[in-house]
Design a protein around this ligand. Structure first.
Ligand SMILES: O=C1O[C@H]([C@@H](O)CO)C(O)=C1O
Length: 549
């Protein structure tokens, strides 16, 4: 079935957390409209950019874009930014059921609120539930994304700091709390009618039923821990892939990830319960995000009679690792990886300086985008569009990942990893110490155009002998986003079988902005005609776009 949408994107006054602000809206909505489709459908989004002075793209996070790499919505990789006033057609097939989302992929437009949910239903879902809810998680700053962008690009560097508020479906509370009576800090109880833009979305449930919660995180920065007070969660889907179901009391979710969980409303039906999200992996300065699981027929205003769930300590990384290590592919439904790889690429993640600017680098190169999108410059052999030398396949064996870089200087670059079509690629993401002593941060890495198998995680420096032997080739989960833990490594495998050019990057938006990503190209000669509307910039503009005047 074809599903057709007309979207207008513009700035709009909005009050996501009780403080007046400005968001990027779609058709007057924040978050943007939810797309619901059935596997096999074709989506048509006619996207009009009504931002007065900025280009725009939208990335369909988790959709493989097989045969339509120009619709991936990664600015200057798959297409030119859509100019103000212009309309671009995103046309792509949703070929895999799952919980997805979409978001801006140019500058810091995701931080500005350009996101929404994309749900692809299966013809017949593999598990039973009575009803489902959708929960899109994000984080919110009172400083505008423009100011943040300028801060990050300043000398001396100005970090954006922690978010003011965590949002659930675009709603949070900054000046008040739903849980004052349990709070250690003096803060007002929220007095809400329920129709405020920042009033929490209440989840209404009937006792003794099974619910599916589809949860996705599009945070700009925060890693989160999600809990439903008193309710065990069975995790059944990760990034649109079946996983071996397992039970948890709370779960970590990193930016770029999505999950489905099933829970039973088997608690005392005379009470309501908290649904909470809390910051992990960075010292929290942001209050917990809260809403209510409302057992019908209780009033939604009935505050639960115990405090909100206590999150694990922000720096209890063993707790986070234990969660990640519980995720396995579902036997029978989740495909197995090829047993051998053709190429192994090691990517060292470091924080660096370039001419006094603070940047993130991969194998000592900090990514900057060319002015012509890679997809068309590679397809048409335009070889002055970017640096066509091969980027480094690895980093120095002697690099001490436990210490700040001995020489913090790196360089800007826009090279591309050319992957031989249909070969199996292993990537080892190696974390290291950042610029400060004894600091190494969490980075969730997201791959466009593919799912990959997560073969393993480890502490310290990756060892080509011992660690490879421990790879899980039996039932690794398929994902499109995976985290690297502080001072650790993560190994993934994928098959380079999707003609196109694909970004692979840290999903923390300011980190991508500061260069934390790489670009892969594969089978570009097989890519059919890229629509001219995607080429209206850089060197392709003169070659392919006819002047209308
Ligand atoms: O990119 C980052 O910069 C700061 C800090 O490293 C320097 O201020 C931080 O916490 C990041 O994640």
């Amino acid at each position: 079935k074809n599903r057709e949408y007309k979207w207008k994107v513009e700035y709009m006054h909005w009050c996501p957390d009780g403080v007046d602000g400005v968001v990027i809206s779609i058709n007057g909505q924040f978050p943007g409209p939810t797309i619901r489709a059935i596997v096999g459908d074709t989506i048509f989004v006619h996207l009009t950019n009504n931002l007065p002075t900025e280009g725009l793209v939208i990335h369909w996070h988790g959709i493989s874009q097989i045969g339509t790499p120009w619709a991936d919505g990664a600015a200057l990789i798959s297409q030119c930014p859509i100019n103000p006033g212009e309309t671009f057609l995103y046309k792509f097939k949703v070929d895999k059921a799952g919980t997805y989302f979409y978001h801006g992929h140019y500058g810091m437009q995701r931080s500005a609120g350009l996101y929404g949910s994309l749900i692809v239903e299966d013809e017949k879902e593999a598990f039973h539930y009575d009803e489902e809810f959708n929960l899109l998680l994000s984080d919110w700053w009172h400083k505008s994304s423009h100011d943040q962008q300028i801060d990050l690009s300043s000398k001396p560097f100005r970090w954006i700091g922690e978010p003011q508020t965590l949002l659930m479906n675009g709603r949070g509370q900054f000046n008040c709390s739903l849980a004052t009576q349990f709070s250690k800090f003096p803060i007002h109880q929220c007095k809400l009618r329920g129709d405020e833009q920042y009033a929490p979305q209440i989840f209404n449930v009937h006792p003794n039923k099974t619910y599916r919660l589809r949860v996705a995180s599009t945070t700009a920065l925060a890693s989160l821990n999600l809990a439903i007070e008193g309710h065990k969660m069975m995790v059944v889907e990760a990034d649109g892939n079946y996983i071996q179901p397992f039970f948890v009391e709370n779960m970590d979710i990193y930016s770029g990830e999505s999950y489905s969980i099933l829970f039973k409303t088997d608690q005392d039906p005379s009470n309501n319960y908290w649904i909470s999200i809390s910051v992990r992996g960075r010292e929290p300065k942001t209050p917990q995000g809260l809403t209510i699981l409302n057992y019908i027929p209780n009033f939604a205003s009935k505050i639960p009679n115990s405090p909100p769930p206590l999150a694990p300590l922000w720096n209890d990384y063993n707790y986070s690792k234990a969660f990640s290590n519980k995720i396995f592919g579902l036997m029978g439904l989740s495909p197995k990886p090829p047993t051998r790889q053709n190429r192994r690429i090691l990517l060292l993640n470091t924080q660096n300086r370039i001419e006094g600017y603070t940047r993130w680098s991969i194998n000592n190169i900090s990514l900057v985008f060319p002015t012509t999108p890679y997809l068309s410059s590679i397809k048409h052999g335009i070889n002055n569009a970017f640096d066509t030398k091969s980027p480094p396949n690895t980093f120095s064996k002697n690099y001490n990942i436990m210490k700040p870089p001995p020489n913090p200087n790196s360089t800007y670059g826009n090279r591309v990893y050319m992957l031989k079509f249909n070969t199996t690629i292993d990537i080892i993401l190696q974390n290291a110490n950042a610029l400060g002593e004894n600091v190494s941060e969490i980075h969730p890495w997201h791959l466009h155009g593919h799912n990959f198998w997560v073969l393993g995680y480890g502490d310290g420096k990756f060892d080509h002998k011992k660690d490879v032997e421990k790879f899980n080739l039996k039932n690794p989960p398929l994902r499109n986003t995976v985290v690297i833990f502080p001072y650790g490594w993560t190994a993934i495998r994928f098959v380079a079988n999707n003609p196109g050019v694909w970004a692979f990057h840290c999903h923390i938006e300011p980190h991508l902005h500061l260069g934390m990503g790489v670009v892969f190209a594969e089978g570009v000669h097989l890519v059919k005609n890229v629509p001219n509307e995607a080429l209206n910039c850089g060197l392709t503009r003169k070659m392919f776009v006819k002047d209308k005047h």
